[in-house]
Structure formats: structure tokens, C-alpha cells
Design a protein around this ligand. Sequence first.
Ligand SMILES: Nc1ncnc2c1ncn2[C@@H]1O[C@H](COP(=O)(O)OP(=O)(O)OP(=O)(O)O)[C@@H](O)[C@H]1O
Ligand SMILES: [Mg+2]
Length: 302
Amino acid sequence: MTDPTPTVTDPTPTDRTPTERITAALPGTSVVRIAGVGKTFGTESGGVRALEGIDLTIAQGEFVSLIGPSGCGKSTLLRLIGDLTAPTAGSIEVNGKPARRARLDRDYGMVFQAPVLMDWRTVAKNIELPLEVMGFAREERQKRSGELLKLVELEGFAGRHPWQLSGGMQQRVAIARALAFDPKLLLMDEPFGALDEMTRERMNLELMQIWQRTRTTVVFVTHSIPEAVFLSTRVVVMSARPGRIAKIVDIDLPQPRNVETREQERYFELVTEVREALRRREGGEGQLAPPDADRIRAEGLA
Ligand SMILES: Nc1ncnc2c1ncn2[C@@H]1O[C@H](COP(=O)(O)OP(=O)(O)OP(=O)(O)O)[C@@H](O)[C@H]1O
Ligand SMILES: [Mg+2]
């Protein structure tokens, strides 16, 4: 994860999107390859077609957000990449191998909406848990958790318990734990959904910095258009019933992003582009989950 930032050297960028240029400059570095994937859940009253015809390739070092109406299959797609569920059609490769193999090799870390920490373990011991399970020696575990606490700016909190931390701090512990194995891929399902607006924006900035430092590829599920645009190199807009990719928006905002990013003209243009793609595909059928629809309205973005 110490790879330098990919350098884009393509001299003829005119007809290519930024992501295509990165992919072209770094052949063979795709971390996720999803081809013709469908997922139907069997129920007694018939199947639920959650996803259909999903094709998506994610290059090393990308930050890709999945956004779409509630129930469109975002979590399912993330779970498919993480091999927590199997596709009913198509194939998924992670790091050039089947998703199952990648899971067994611990090629990725996962972060969920609720931090899922163990209250009786200290912060350091929560971060060390996956290393403990894998039988790493004590000194090695402590060294690693020390590094990770520094990365998420929680030095000095090693001996505290999760219940002594704020929600944002707990989520940072969960992110540190997901990074324990130095994964090439981080899968995040609405990790900041439960946080207040101010904390969420701060966490966005911190995640940006972690991403820039580690160069980990991230697949990030969110309901928030501003969050998706601020964080991502690409935003995948999904439509519901069955879930499909409606549009992929390249986010060409300069890196590194910071507090000023959210004030740029281009930022607002991209927020509008994603919002319109969502509206078009919803066609009055699907809706954003109510809390987020409220939030987007409150921010004057709709
Ligand atoms: N284990 C399951 N069994 C049956 N149906 C499921 C299962 N998991 C998901 N589904 C269905 O698949 C569809 C997609 O669900 P999913 O949780 O992926 O949506 P989502 O986009 O993450 O929604 P939200 O934004 O509300 O989190 C929904 O219709 C859901 O009811
Ligand atoms: Mg979900």
C-alpha cells in the first residue's frame, strides 16, 4: 500500500476519461473485475432480482462510490465483491483471482454502518483482533495497532474502551481494524451514515487523507451525493428493480481534496450531474431513503 500515486503519462487524453487514462497507463492493475453479474434472492413467493447485468472494472488506487435508491442492490454488490454472498450470474475477480480466494487471502477489509466493536476490549485490542485470530505474535500486533492508531489519529486512545469514544472515533477504530492486514481493497457500506453532518464532513476529510496515504482501492456505498462527489474518483449511479448501473460519473476534481473542494464550481456541477442521473433513473419509482432526501434538501442540493 506504499505504492506511489499512479502517474498518468498518456499523451493523447482527449477522448478518454480520467479513469480510462489511469487504467490504460497501468495495464493489469485492476483490483475488481465484475462481468455480467446478476443476483436473484430466492423467496417462497418467487425470486427477488436484486442485481442484473453489472459490468464494472475498478483500477488500483481508485475510490469508487455506489449510490442509488434504497433497495437498488448497493450492499448486495459490495457483499458480492467481498464474497459474503455469491452471484447467480456472471463472475467477480478481486486482485485477479476469484472473490472467494481473495477473501481467504484477506485481500480486503470491510467497514459497515455501525462500527461493530467489542465493548469489553480496548481500542488497541479491537484493532488487533484480526491479527490475533491469524496468530500474529503479541509484539507484532502491538506494533501494527500503534501504527494504525497513528494513521487514524487516535494515538493516546489505545487503552480506552469503545464506549468511551464518540461515534466518529469508533468508526475510525473500525477503519483501522479493517486496515490491519494492509488490504489492497477497502469495502465500506455507509460507514458515516449514522454520524451528524459536521462529524461526517470531518470523517470524509480524514478518510481522504487515509486513502491518499495508503493508496488502498476503496469501494464505498453511500446515500449522500455530496459525500460521493467529494470522496470519489468515480461515482456509480444505480437504478432499482432490478439494480443496474445507470451511469458512471468521472469525478475530475483535483487531488488532494480539502475543505475548499466543496466550494469549487466544478464540485457543484458534478453534484448536479449525479443528482440528475439519480432522478432520471428513479422515474418516480424508487426514492432516496428519507433521511438522506431530507439532508440533500436541507443542503439546498435539490
Ligand atoms: N438476504 C436477502 N434475502 C432476500 N432478499 C434480499 C437479501 N438481501 C437483499 N435482498 C433484497 O435485494 C434488494 C437489494 O438489497 P440491498 O440491501 O442490496 O439494497 P441497498 O441498495 O443496499 O439498499 P439500502 O440503501 O436501503 O441499504 C432488496 O430488494 C432487498 O430486499
Ligand atoms: Mg444497503
